[in-house]
Design a protein around this ligand. Structure first.
Ligand code: SF4
Length: 319
């Protein structure tokens, strides 16, 4: 579906943007989100507990779980008032009025918004013996959206932040792509090495879908579903990354001196043996692309998304 917005749109727990909607009357502002990410995306803030009409400040809530039935409920800690039906209603209202999104960031540890970090208290013992989704997030996750949904706690980990950004910007680009087979093929070509980092086995299958001459909407839907599934469910690992960088460095074989080649291979070994980071490897390839690409006519490489899948300022790997 075409959309005229020129920035990805991200659903977000309002407290992460600095909105004073928390149980204690405060916020939970995340500086990276508020100061950096905000320059490159539009936000759609939500607050399930305010939507329930609880106001701020309010009583602290917690998720309880019945160890026998597995049922999760949202309970006020002091009064023991049960808000389960109310959070389900609020969730339904929020979800049914969501705009088209490219991702969702939900506040960590919250009994409503946490995606993997909400404490779940055993209804029999009273102890927090599990962690998982808050009750709003659990409803959101039931929808099986193509876009990524992340717990804000994971944004502190470089690899998760990088993956989330890749997914958001790819989703945005894909849904804004003009519905022409030629455009889809160009998209697929540009994502070749990035896809190889996630799941090389899917590259061919996606390429076949991008070349099919069938109903254009069916083709786009099939491609988008599989593409997003591929980059969400398959994380890059050392082996896949080394494979990709060996392919990439192959483009520079004739342009480098034997000393430079030797140096590069040493760096690759260093990455393999955990002596240097992925960040260092990226810096090196980035340097090669910037320094050699023009006068060596490697125009094809310039189109590769792997070098800049999203704005560099947002990368946890500093260049
Ligand atoms: S319900 Fe969600 S958005 Fe509202 S204050 Fe709690 S964590 Fe933030």
């Amino acid at each position: 579906m075409n959309n005229q917005s020129n920035k990805p749109k991200i659903g977000i727990s309002g407290c992460l943007l600095g909105e004073k909607v928390r149980y204690d009357g405060g916020h939970f502002m995340d500086k990276w989100i508020a100061n950096q990410l905000s320059k490159y995306v539009d936000f759609h803030p939500i607050c399930p507990e305010m939507m329930m009409g609880l106001g701020s400040p309010r009583e602290i809530l917690r998720v309880t779980h019945d160890p026998e039935t597995g049922e999760r409920r949202l309970i006020e800690t002091k009064s023991k008032i049960d808000h389960t039906e109310s959070i389900h209603e609020a969730s339904k209202k929020i979800i049914s009025s969501l705009p088209i999104l490219d991702g969702f960031i939900l506040a960590r540890k919250s009994p409503s918004c946490g995606v993997i970090t909400a404490k779940h208290y055993n209804a029999k013992t009273g102890y927090a013996d599990e962690r998982g989704a808050g009750l709003f997030s659990a409803k959101l996750l039931e929808n099986d959206y193509q876009f990524p949904i992340i717990d804000s706690g994971l944004l502190f980990e470089n690899d998760y932040k990088d993956l989330f950004m890749r997914q958001v910007f790819a989703h945005f680009e894909l849904r804004n792509l003009e519905r022409k087979t030629s455009k889809l093929q160009a998209f697929h070509a540009a994502y070749k090495y990035l896809l190889m980092e996630h799941q090389p086995a899917k590259l061919k299958e996606l390429g076949q879908i991008a070349s099919q001459t069938k109903n254009i909407d069916e083709q786009f839907d099939e491609y988008s579903d599989l593409f997003m599934k591929t980059i969400k469910e398959n994380k890059p690992n050392k082996k896949k990354r080394i494979n990709v960088y060996q392919h990439l460095l192959g483009y520079f074989k004739k342009d480098l001196t034997s000393k430079e080649k030797e140096n590069l291979l040493k760096k690759m070994d260093g990455y393999r043996d955990h002596r240097i980071s992925y960040q260092t490897l990226l810096e090196l390839v980035d340097f090669l692309v910037d320094g050699h690409i023009d006068h060596n006519s490697k125009a094809y490489l310039k189109t590769q998304k792997i070098f800049e899948p999203y704005p560099k300022e947002l990368s946890p790997y500093k260049f």
